[in-house]
Design a protein around this ligand. Structure first.
Ligand SMILES: *Cc1c(COP(=O)(O)O)cnc(C)c1O
Length: 425
């Protein structure tokens, strides 16, 4: 599409947007009495208007039935609450329902999955990750490796972009995997890199890692609800994500995991267990002897945090309705429009550059703007005008136009405000 830098063009795109009605399903925060230009759905998604009534339903059932709410009388019996989330999650990651479950939080789940899928031996013990991974993931790697009595310096291989580049090339990732060969135990990367916004080639990387005999897992924190995924068909061993970023389920809300069907009946796979992972038929016999439920359910530890899962359910209902493919279609256009406007502004002076890949197939909706000068000043100026974006040291402004609730007009105004402040600089 040939984009134009004008308000009327942006408004025209909004008029023709088949998803335009979805914005109304969310509470848009206000700044200075006006709806914010909210571009931080990659950090905390907006509140679906239905979230409150879903939570209130559980408050009511708790009030009315107390412990009986686990079983029969409540609208959604708490005992089975995780099951109500399963089908929607499976659709979002391209999995079978047996391969997914919502539980815990993301970093907890990374640790639990490492217990099952990182099984270093004397020969095969190395892990490939990306350099500059999200700090929680870095701490997880470090402490897991030490837990096995190994030294992170000899164990963790961190992939870095080539000199002068910001993103990893797939060919370089595949080459490192091949070179590490039978020393490689695990590849664990983020699906979409939180800092650069790069979307990795999950399919090829998974295939290559498994070819050399390693397990391949994915941290999908920034990919879930952002880009279409086909974890089952890609043969991914395991994955985990959080629900409060693109999934709009509320601060700190429950994470989810994917474990490939090939492990569904493997009760010998090491794991840390809890009663909620125990076979349902014997869960309440309170006896010794852990027998995991089949599939991802067998990794659950604890009974469901129902109050917060209610908000998750409210949000997933919206994703069920809209479908991730329709979201992606709008997302390509919306992010493409933002990229076009930003590049027009940066012009010859090269004030900033977008370090997110230019190829739309190698990114989700986020753009990371690397400022060559005055970055923080620009960021603060944007904030004062009602733009909610985020700042990542040393000099990146991250903006994520989210197709569920952002408009082309939002994107236009973002660029207009950016322009005004550049002219003042
Ligand atoms: C957001 C994010 C986290 C956050 O972890 P929590 O356990 O949910 O606090 C971890 N890893 C990545 C890659 C993230 O983007």
């Amino acid at each position: 599409m040939n984009f134009e830098n004008s308000l009327s063009f942006a408004q025209e795109l909004d008029l023709r947007d088949p998803l335009k009605s979805y914005r109304d399903l969310f509470h848009i925060p206000k700044v200075n009495g006006r709806p914010a230009l909210y571009f931080t759905g990659n950090s905390l998604g907006l509140q679906p208007k239905t979230a409150r009534s879903f939570i209130e339903q559980e408050m009511k059932d708790w009030e009315m039935y107390a412990v009986e709410g686990h079983f029969k009388d409540s609208k959604r019996p708490w005992m089975y609450y995780h099951k109500f989330l399963k089908d929607s999650l499976a659709k979002l990651v391209g999995a079978k329902p047996i391969e997914v479950v919502s539980m815990n939080q993301l970093t907890v789940n990374l640790h639990l999955l490492m217990v099952s899928f990182y099984r270093p031996t004397e020969r095969r013990f190395k892990i490939i990750a990306e350099a500059g991974a999200f700090p929680s993931d870095q701490y997880m790697f470090e402490t897991q490796i030490k837990h096995h009595g190994l030294n992170p310096d000899d164990t963790l291989i961190e992939l870095k972009p080539r000199q002068g580049e910001h993103n990893l090339r797939t060919e370089d990732i595949l080459k490192t995997i091949a070179e590490t060969g039978d020393e490689l135990a695990l590849v664990l990367l983020s699906g979409v890199q939180y800092y650069t916004g790069q979307l990795f080639d999950i399919k090829s990387i998974t295939k290559k890692g498994q070819e050399v005999g390693a397990k391949v897992g994915w941290d999908l924190a920034h990919a879930m609800g952002n880009v279409p995924l086909s974890l089952h068909d890609w043969g991914v061993d395991f994955a985990t994500w959080c629900s409060y970023k693109y999934l709009n389920s509320g601060p700190g809300n429950v994470s989810g995991v994917f474990v490939h069907e090939r492990y569904a009946h493997d009760s010998n796979l090491p794991r840390f267990a809890g009663w909620w992972g125990q076979e349902e038929s014997t869960r309440f016999q309170m006896t010794k002897g852990f027998k995991p439920m089949t599939g991802a359910d067998g990794w659950q530890l604890s009974n469901v945090n129902v109050l917060s899962s209610a908000a998750h359910l409210a949000s997933l209902e919206i994703f069920d309705k809209v479908g991730v493919n329709a979201l992606r279609e709008k997302s390509l256009l919306l992010t493409g429009y933002m990229e076009f406007l930003i590049n027009e502004l940066s012009g010859e002076e090269n004030i900033f550059e977008i370090i997110t890949p230019k190829d739309p197939e190698s990114r989700g909706c986020q753009l990371s703007i690397f400022c060559h000068k005055n970055g923080k000043m620009l960021f603060d100026a944007l904030s004062s005008e009602g733009v909610i974006s985020d700042w990542r040291e040393p000099n990146v402004i991250r903006v994520a136009p989210v197709p569920l609730y952002n408009t082309f007009e939002d994107v236009y105004h973002f660029a207009r405000i950016l322009k005004e402040h550049i002219q003042k600089m």
